[in-house]
Design a protein around this ligand. Sequence first.
Ligand code: SF4
Length: 676
Amino acid sequence: MTANRYPHLMTPLDLGFTTLKNRVLMGSMHTNLEEQPGGFDKLAAFYAARARGGVGLIVTGGISPNAEGVVFAGAAKMDDEGELPHHRIVTDAVHAAGGKICIQLLHAGRYAAIKDAVAPSAIRAPISKVVPRELSDAEVEKQIDDYARAARLAQQAGYDGVELMGSEGYLINQFLAARTNQRNDRWGGSYENRMRFPLEVIRRVRERVGDEFILIYRLSMLDLVEEGSNWDEVVTLAKAVEQAGVNIINTGIGWHEARVPTIASSVPRAAFTGVTAKLKAEVGVPVITCNRINTPEVGEQAIASGQADMISMARPFLADPEFVAKAAAGRADEINTCIGCNQGCLDHVFVGKLTTCLVNPQACREDEPEIAPAVEPRRIAVVGAGPAGMMVAAVAAERGHRVTLFDSRTCLGGEFEIAARIPGKEEFYETLRYYEKRFETAGVEVRLGQTATRDSLLAEGYDDVVVATGVRPWTPPIPGVENARYLDYLDVLEQGKPVGRRVAIIGAGPIGFDVAEFLTESDEHVHQGKEGFMAEWGVDASFETRGSLVAPRPVPAVDRKVYMLEVRDIKVGSELSKTTGWIHREVLKKRGVEMWGGVTFTQVDSDRVALVHRGEAKELAVDTLIVCAGQRARADLAEELEGSGIRVHRVGAARDARGMDAKLAFAAGLELAKSL
Ligand code: SF4
């Protein structure tokens, strides 16, 4: 691999008054550091690491131009000079690291989770509890002035420019769409009137900041909601915002209330780049494409093919701050790839938790001391190559220990690798590729297909043994189960044991969902590509219709009836990931999977499940019974080694299986490795 493998991606972009060193933008992401005491120091370290990593331009998380536009009570805003010192810390750090940074101004409008939310019209969003108050004409004027004031303050704080958040269903988008704008004054009615708000914002911002300040407009190219914009309106707006003085148009895909997945793992890579390409033909300013671009190859292709002038990636920079530097140096195989899971980032942000990253637990902790070399290098055996074990092995070796990693399976990843087999989770394999390379670089001796025993470990004379042996499936005490023939999730997903056409899955947690999706997947789903994905979710592939919505393609027939049965009296799937759980529920619903919570089992046999569901006795005839009701730590090796003289460390699920997942396991592995 050579340094010029991505020549288009690495070409500078000349904006006239300033030049970006390459075509990679770090897209806006809220981290929740913005609201923490001392958070701006941490943010400065966070952004500076990405600037050092070579990204061409950074856009901050959304900052409101005033108090009424905050996403939640207490969220960051830029509305007076008192804010400047915090932001100065960030801009100075980024500039010192050789980078450039824009602030994103985001007014949430009716999405603001505050009691005084405002909007063009008093229409509640389906994802919000608050009915917003309709802005008066004078108040609309005030919002525009507030944007201009915030942009000027940002300039004083040292930012290189501003991105105006005009998509995703926030205030600017709310003015544009008839769905949310039912005014009949000069801000509503005709499209020309509905466009007045964004155009006035751009005009007044430009007036306040002058010509030599980057102005990006994030334009909703696909609203993916009813009564959203159609293509003619998108083009009309794009031409008008160009005319009004923006330097770059960024792509926005889908309102938050849209029921089309836009960034989940199951969305094909660069699924929506076609719409950027279509708009690029209509305007003269550079356009940025985004959504599900997570490798330099995909980014290079988007630019080389003329579909876009720049790419934006947000989450991939949480996963790896050095994404660009590694690509530029011909080391793309060392990139820790974002797998699109949302588990450490968006799922955290939406519940007020600090952002992290499932594959990079160090994200948002860049201000912490660097991991120090080991004081006294030792010989360490790590047993189990799941997330916790892989992380321990890599970091311990990088610290100078001599590490051997064992796994009885013939591949890396443990249960993480098994999850990668679920259609839609193929990105997980990128993490395994990353660790394979990392082990090679760090000199970890990897012994797959080898079961490490107490005796073999003692015979080899290790100083420490890390037991990262994960979990084993657990069967709950259900009447009859002890005499029934049943499978567990490993039988189905790993062993590929035959499964009949009538299936009952006992347990509807994340693994139950994985198994149900696996069993109801058709070839048509698996090999559908971008066009098939759009047809499945009802996206107009020509991007012409209003909201770019059409009737979804009929679901391919599923030759299997699956029941998911959950003892806990919950809405089945409600505990899945906040941002992607709805996708899994929706997919299974379309495939006719029955999801029952609050079930009491009265008797299970190999071919029959008797139960009470919501007070009603039912009996299901089944061909296959599958138990996915939980797991227990697999830590026998640790017990066997007690008292042997070797230092033994348990990590991940082998230490505590309760609530354990890949995100916590990677994080636990890191903490243990630092302490060895
Ligand atoms: Fe990507 Fe998942 Fe990390 Fe978020 S948590 S940045 S989606 S890998």
